[in-house]
Design a protein around this ligand. Sequence first.
Ligand SMILES: *Cc1c(COP(=O)(O)O)cnc(C)c1O
Length: 371
Amino acid sequence: MVGAKKTYNFCSGPAMLPEDVLLKAQAELLNYQNQGDSVMALSHRSDAFLEILAQAQQRLAALLDLPDHYRILFMQGGASAQFSAVPLNLRQNNLPIGFLDSGYWSQKALEEAQKYAEVDVIASSQSSGYLKAIEQADYQLSKPLSYLHYTPNETIDGNAFYCIPNNQLPNGQEVPLVADMSSCILSEPIDVSRFGVIYAGAQKNIGPAGLAIVIVREDLLARSQQNQQAMPRLLNYATVVEQNSMANTPPTFAIYMANLVFQWLQQQGGLEVIQQRNQAKAELLYQAIDSSRLFVNNVEKNHRSKMNVPFSSQNAELDAKFAEQAQQQGLISLQGHRSKGGLRASIYNAMPYQGVEALVQFMKSFENQYV
Ligand SMILES: *Cc1c(COP(=O)(O)O)cnc(C)c1O
């Protein structure tokens, strides 16, 4: 199907990586740039690794058009460790933390934050069954908050915000906006200057699981410093910045892979090009679902995720049969999340258009067989 690889992988994460990236890593695996050993076995203090780290930071900054007053941190523990790190770093003066609750991962973040501070659910789409995200008209901030947290793309529920939420108080002051971009980072251009903190687990759009990318607006590091004594050292943003993401041995191989993915994105033409491709893939798939006699996706149309597309025949047995037969055709990992059932196609940056075409074709033949 696709060169050396024989499948299209629709897993929600760890997700498929660009084949070019894997081939490059393979070619360099035993002897990284004549260093005499694998990049996995080079000291994190070596010039070779420091160069990788610097490149990864520079490339990510270039891709995101990062303003100067933001810092890029490479951390460990995936996105979930950030569910603890964000409140521990940013909580302030006993102010509550605001949450926009749009699904499974919003809930996870909220439950963890509750351990460390008062949490205020500013708006929730739970009553819709999370079939939509939150809209501007759904809420108005009325009192100060430590920060406002949201999940722009809900990986499991398959909904997405279509604009950056309002973080202004009635007096015009802004509360820092914090976004869990695990499943949408680098899928389209974003205006970083609107955010206080952006974080993302790497395993969806960036690289191997375990690594987390954190982007922090510099002024918020003062809060981090204030909270330094009362929290784990490795989670403290000020410490991580001061140590250039090497507060302990960093996940060197994961950072190396992330750097290759950033390079690949630049070679593709950057985030505008990627956005167009992602748009085309999502349109193809949703159109196939909406015109299908068998499959449905009930997420409100203008809130549909371009990264994670849940769908179902509304018959558990038939869904299972679909996932199994698709697997035999090389279309792998289409079963839905264990909490939700059904089917789900994750179509991140690395999924080629042809992969979605192959899926759509298989959906049609399956439908003809069973309807
Ligand atoms: C996958 C995911 C997480 C959890 O990531 P881990 O790296 O497993 O901790 C959190 N938030 C969102 C939006 C995700 O998609």
